[in-house]
Ligand binder design. Structure first.
Ligand code: ZN
Length: 199
């Protein structure tokens, strides 16, 4: 539709999650009209994130360095792990200030439709963390939608034989929704009212 460079930019932006063709075009033209210092900061932020940010070797949250700041924090308790789908869910739960344990980021949820099975997620890595007996409680905070529920049920069955206390966030979260969009109060209450799953 457009000349080389502009079309390339629109194509690249259009590959980002949640950015449709119209938004891609709008962002591209916004960038074309922007001050070169503003564009420079965006380019620098992209390059920095690619060069410096990686996944925590322990919990797979985003991290600058080997481990994320949560895994490195000695004041947090080691006996409880909260399992989430994505790093953005860690941020959402941290905002509630209800949780002082560790996290495990799966990297998605089980979705037969999209061909995502347990092997595509960091399930094996979670099991490894649970093996030495330090962790006594697992809180499953996957999204309150079909995939999130399927993932929670799968994990509860899988860890059942380990004899941990397994709980799932309480209802009150918008069903079919995304954890990150829940407000702090709703998410905080869901956390407090989490219910035990008996596998
Ligand atoms: Zn970590």
């Amino acid at each position: 539709m457009y000349e080389g460079a502009v079309q390339d930019l629109i194509d690249e932006l259009g590959r980002l999650p949640g950015v449709g063709p119209k938004s891609a075009q709008r962002i591209a033209f916004h960038l074309l009209a922007a001050e070169s210092a503003d564009v420079g900061r965006l380019v620098a932020a992209l390059q920095r994130v690619q060069a410096e940010v990686r996944f925590c070797v322990t919990c797979y949250n985003v991290a600058e360095g080997e481990q994320c700041r949560i895994c490195k924090d000695p004041r947090r308790s080691d006996d409880v792990i909260c399992v989430v789908e994505e790093p953005k869910d860690v941020v959402a739960i941290e905002r509630t200030r209800e949780f002082r344990g560790r996290y495990h980021v799966l990297g998605g949820a089980i979705s037969p439709i999209e061909g995502v099975g347990p092997d595509d997620l960091r399930v094996k890595e979670l099991m490894t963390r649970l093996m030495d007996g330090t962790v006594t409680e697992l809180i499953i905070a996957t999204d309150p939608n079909l995939e999130g529920e399927a993932t929670a049920a799968y994990l509860a069955r899988l860890v059942g034989p380990l004899g941990l206390a397994v709980s799932r966030l309480a209802s009150g979260l918008p069903v079919g929704g995304d954890l990150e969009y829940a407000d702090e109060i709703t998410l905080g209450r869901a956390f407090e009212g989490r219910r035990r799953i008996d596998a």
